[in-house]
Design a protein. Sequence first.
Length: 94
Amino acid sequence: MTGTGQAPVAVVRVTAQSAAEDAAALSAVLIATVAAGASVGWIEPPTSDEATSWWLRLFDDPDATSWVARGDDARALGTITLFRSPKPNGPPTA
């Protein structure tokens, strides 16, 4: 991003090989997000182990594909997850 005044961000898909490292990195993001007031399914911030386990279960879900956004220092900044419906689509109705 030349000339924007913002550091570049890379968005990389989570793979079986990167899942453990990505889960550990994103656990800090989840904890900080909940501590700042976003519930995202948590009332109190999870412990690091709880957050890492949560990410690992998500990454293991065959109906979900996740990506991690990383800054130029390789620090995890956020995540995107696509959940595919396990149900077949029906014909359109009008």
